[in-house]
Write a protein that binds this ligand. Structure first.
Ligand code: 13P
Length: 288
């Protein structure tokens, strides 16, 4: 099936009280592992691409070519959206041109008036071209591509203002952080999430920083309207751990163990296992 935008899969997820995973990709192995797992579990999926990862993979057109090629050659029939993660205004425009099916415009670091203005412009372009669009209010904590946020809680009224612009989905900061959570993390603010959900109604809400959030908090967040959960670091850690083990066991020194197809295989399997675990937790299995 060709790429789809994320609107239908997220509307269904919100109505069905489950969440669709956005898994960020870094290279061919990542992309293939995520797509094959989604297909095996009959789950919809969103492939996330940060601007840094896009650059690393030789540009957005390369990413679009790789993903479209895999959808066809691997016979992927579950719904797949290709989504720009934390896009700038310029990055969002480039991805729209390159053939992404969904974008995030992260205007959370702008004053709210400017966030509204830029989001509005991109909503109009996405509507015309049939893409879905995610907006953000209240910056997510942690570091991603050199941008450091402190894990704010969004103002629910500002969330309502942005939701009313016609975005497909809304990321609201609720104390969540990208990367590993520090030991003194206070947890998600369900009070904020509840207030945002009450004001934004049917709007699918997005939870960033999915790595390391305990399962009970994930379930509670879904019950309060979260329909899309972003996971990046956890796949990276799983890949790193499996690759380290392979090398520490000296397997790269045995026979043709140096062959990248062998060297990267344990990490590939580890990503698959992580994605499977998350899809089961999020409840998206058999929801394609
Ligand atoms: P983690 O790296 O913490 O899983 O967060 C991913 C994310 O939110 C991407 O936008």
């Amino acid at each position: 099936m060709p790429l789809v935008n994320a609107a239908e899969m997220l509307t269904k997820a919100k109505a069905g009280h489950y969440a669709v995973g956005q898994f960020n990709i870094n290279n061919l192995e990542w992309t293939k592992a995520i797509l094959l797992t989604a297909q095996e579990l009959n789950s919809p999926v969103i492939l996330g691409v940060s601007e840094g990862a896009g650059k690393y993979m030789a540009g957005y057109k390369t990413v679009v070519g790789m993903v479209n090629g895999m959808l066809e050659e691997l016979n992927i029939t579950v719904p797949v959206a290709l989504h720009l993660d934390h896009g700038s205004y310029e990055g969002a425009k480039k991805c729209i041109e390159a053939g992404f099916s969904s974008i995030m415009f992260d205007g959370s670091h702008y004053p709210i008036e400017e966030n509204i203005e830029k989001t509005k412009e991109l909503v109009a372009i996405c509507k015309e071209k049939g893409l879905s669009i995610e907006a953000e209010v209240g910056s997510i904590g942690g570091e991603e591509d050199g941008i450091i946020g402190m894990g704010e809680c969004a103002d629910p009224n500002e969330c309502k203002q942005i939701a009313d612009l016609g975005v497909t989905m809304l990321a609201a900061g609720i104390g969540n952080i990208h990367g590993k959570y520090p030991d003194n993390w206070k947890g998600l603010s369900f009070e904020t999430l509840d207030a945002v959900q009450k004001l934004t109604g049917a709007m699918p809400l997005v939870l960033h920083g999915g790595t390391g959030i305990p399962a009970d908090m994930i379930k509670k967040a879904i019950s309060l309207g979260v329909s899309k959960i972003n996971v990046n670091t956890e796949c990276q850690l799983a890949f790193q751990e499996a690759t380290r083990k392979y090398i520490e066991e000296g397997k790269d020194l045995q026979g043709k163990g140096f062959d990248p197809r062998k060297l990267l295989a344990p990490g590939f399997e580890a990503i698959k296992a992580t994605v499977k675990e998350k899809m089961e937790l999020f409840g998206s299995v058999n929801k394609a």
